[in-house]
Design a protein around this ligand. Sequence first.
Ligand code: EPU
Length: 439
Amino acid sequence: MGNGGDGVTPTVLEEMARPTERVLSVQGGRRLHGEVGISGSKNASLPIFVATLLAEQGQTRLLGVPQISDVEVLCDIFRGLGAKVSWRGDVIDIDTTTLTNHNVEQELGQKLRASTYLFGALLARTGQAKVPYPGGDRIGSRPIDFHIAGLRAMGAEVYTEGGFLVGSGRLQEASIYLERPSVGATIHLMMAATLGRDTVTTIANCAMEPEVIDVARFLSAMGAKIYGAGTKTLKIMAVKRLHAATYEVIPDRLEAGTFLMAAGQTNGRIAVSGVIPEHLTAVIAKLRQMGVTVDIFGDAIEARNEGGMLRATDVMAEEYPGFPTDLQPCIAALLASARGDSLVTDLVWADRFQYVDELLRMGGQIKVAGSGVRIQGVPRLTAAEVCANDIRGGAALVLAALRAEGTTRIYGMHHLDRGYAGLIEKLVELGADIEEDVV
Ligand code: EPU
């Protein structure tokens, strides 16, 4: 993001131009303490929701679905496809037996990345699909060539027309190699390969993220035959029909990681409950290196910072079980006011540094260098007017603001709403001084 001549970024202007815009005022310097319950995983819930399209019988009940705007958009898309959806708290009931349509509306489909999954699911279920090119976060170029190549290898005809991805054909057996272990392509192709007549599909060099395993578990609960989830090679034996199932989504390791970092950042003490600690191994290791004390008690993790300033460390974001790219901006925000110099590299998204210009406004000493950022820790960050450009960049700004001197104003809150369920309410419960107003 570039700087505007008057010191206001074009993005801030763009955000301000929205008819109504929620703005956060975060007063830095409060110690956060207490326990926080973690919501269900966004990146597992979205594909699991889409996978319900494959059920020809029954009504699916999903438990632990986070209350985020991406899920709201999916509900609207499903209603447009003729499915019945009802959502109460963290439970969603979905009946896709009434499907009447295989075209996803452009305005809705463009709003989220996960709409890509609709393509393969609709193709597998109906033999036809028309889905707008996906939207999602501004974190650099997000190609879907692996998805398209995989579906073509499975015999689908796929082409682009007027901003839509259009496809037809009955999916056949295939042996697919992913050039990179893409989370989205692994989930998408696995889902598409579940339905068919005696076909066996293999996907090599798969992603091994917990969210991939969770989708495989849900598909298995629907009657799919999937082998090797969580390893580098998946084998899917197609079945003629899948049925509805009741399923609870895994907790969101990224939300949990954000709160553990908030404890480190505010000299606080926070326990996250209802989590799977193993999913956070890399994050816990980094926090400990930075001087945060982290203890695990069953399905809870407590982080506390009694030492004040954190220590600098290098971080390399990569595929699971490495440090998650989705927490790369957050840890950079912590390192911005740590003691010493750090290098944070992102091997997944080489351009995911849109938050850097915003941290500079807060007095951070950070420079983008190739696919990483060099951070010179400063003793204090200072409040400024900043703008979130994506979900995780937004969370990074909230973390920076919690430590900064003064009141930071954060625009672009709708990005956070897409991925975090009640983040601000939860932070306030823990003692943060945050107010929201609409401008
Ligand atoms: N890639 C390709 N071609 C493809 C697909 C991916 O070149 O067809 C490249 C990407 O450009 C990227 C790498 O492969 O460099 C990995 O991308 P991946 O496909 O794994 O990402 P994704 O499925 O689009 C999901 C999450 C992201 C998360 C990444 C990596 C969802 C909805 N999104 O995206 O989450 O960063 O995996 O873990 O599950 C977020 O939650 O904020 C978020 C952006």
